[in-house]
Design a protein around this ligand. Structure first.
Ligand SMILES: NC(=O)c1ccc[n+]([C@@H]2O[C@H](COP(=O)([O-])OP(=O)(O)OC[C@H]3O[C@@H](n4cnc5c(N)ncnc54)[C@H](OP(=O)(O)O)[C@@H]3O)[C@@H](O)[C@H]2O)c1
Length: 351
């Protein structure tokens, strides 16, 4: 019988560490033969990969919360796919899975051998494969635990609290804002452009959204207008000037969740720290970093809650699905830094 299984794995390798925005020179493409599986291994045909701002950090040399991707290694990425061959008793051909697939068409993994594989089955009754890379996946978990465990909304008096979230129309931001609304808070987003702002207000139910690209004082003026009672929680996805501007409007005992700082990731000069940090002192406020992987043992609880919201329509999940296979990865990744993605950016490897 003729086999329909692929015999080669197309991969994107890190060729050189970038300075500033990644370019074509940072990547190489390679086709590697697929070897027979060893005992304990399984092979996943990757159907979609997650494009994450964190990838830019993984390309850098140096100490972080996770080791850098080595030169010549397959670029690290979260992904979803289907098991197409298995010599592992826990996985059967046809199982839908997610994990740290890498930017490649086929992922061969031995869960008992490989560290940091993140392999797990996904239940497609709870969400589509791309929703498993969004609300039910890493960005959704970041939103959930960043808000609930670090932002610490006052759930006994939620209507008295105002949350501001930047990157509001992106993967993490869309879920932070929707979850905060579901918990009863006033929610104000910050995003680039009228279309994104309209969407988070009209479709997601945020109370307001500030277009930070509308002018040099847009954020300051917008916060004044839309946060008349000040800011109790700021969920920061972007850092830089926007962080400083929000710090100027925080309330006593405010919580600033340092989730990310995408405005700084391609800097060729030192990262811009907050100039207004003394606002933390004056307001007895707290600024705390978070890394989603610390909450892995509780993901199942967040998934169960958010899958319920997806099912009953109280939460929306917008993915921006790019096509072109792994060869389109370099150009697609850079959309995160130009703001061209609208919703969670995913690269489909199908078709
Ligand atoms: N700590 C963790 O464990 C963790 C986990 C996941 C993600 N994160 C962080 O969360 C943040 C959001 O990630 P995501 O996956 O949800 O990405 P995303 O928001 O879906 O995409 C990135 C967005 O950032 C905005 N952006 C780009 N450059 C900007 C700039 N200079 N100033 C302001 N906004 C800019 C763009 O939106 P606009 O069009 O609105 O500008 C772009 O669409 C990132 O900082 C990421 O590193 C952290």
């Amino acid at each position: 019988m003729m086999s329909t299984l692929a015999t080669t794995n197309r991969r994107v390798l890190l060729a050189a560490r970038p300075v500033g925005l990644p370019t074509a020179a940072n990547w190489t493409f390679s086709d590697a033969p697929l070897a027979d599986l060893a005992e304990g291994e399984l092979r996943v045909r990757v159907s979609a990969i997650s494009l994450d701002p964190a990838m830019r950090g993984w390309m850098n040399e140096g100490k972080s919360y996770i080791a850098p991707v080595g030169i010549g290694e397959v670029m690290r990425a979260g992904g979803v796919g289907v098991v197409e061959a298995s010599r592992h008793p826990g996985y059967a051909v046809g199982d839908a899975v997610s994990g740290s697939t890498g930017v490649q068409t086929h992922w061969t993994v031995a869960p008992e051998r490989d560290r940091g594989h993140g392999l797990g089955k996904i239940d497609l009754r709870l969400g589509t494969p791309t929703q498993w890379l969004n609300v039910l996946g890493m960005p959704g978990m970041t939103a959930y635990f960043g808000l609930m465990d670090v932002g610490l909304p006052n759930l006994t008096k939620p209507a008295g609290e105002t949350l501001v979230v930047s990157g509001a129309a992106g993967a993490v931001g869309q879920t932070v804002g929707q979850l905060a609304k579901l918990k009863g808070l006033r929610v104000v987003g910050i995003a680039g452009g009228a279309a994104k702002c309209d969407w988070v207000v009209k479709e997601l139910g945020f109370d307001a959204c500030i277009d930070y690209k509308a002018g040099p004082s847009a954020v300051r003026d917008g916060l004044k207008e839309h946060c008349p009672q000040g800011v109790d929680i700021y969920f920061d996805n972007v850092g830089g000037d926007i962080l400083d501007t929000v710090l100027a409007r925080i309330n006593r005992r405010a919580r600033i969740v340092i989730c990310g700082a995408i405005s700084q990731y391609n800097n060729t000069t030192p990262v811009q720290g907050p100039k207004n940090y003394l606002s933390l002192l004056v307001n007895r406020a707290r600024m705390e970093g978070m890394v989603v992987f610390d909450y892995a043992d509780r993901y199942h609880l967040a998934v169960a809650e958010m899958a319920g919201y997806l099912k009953d329509g109280r939460m929306k999940s917008r993915e921006d699905v790019a096509t072109g296979g792994v060869d389109a990865f370099p150009a697609t990744l850079n959309k995160l830094f130009s703001g061209e993605n609208f919703g969670k950016l995913v690269l489909s490897l199908e078709g």
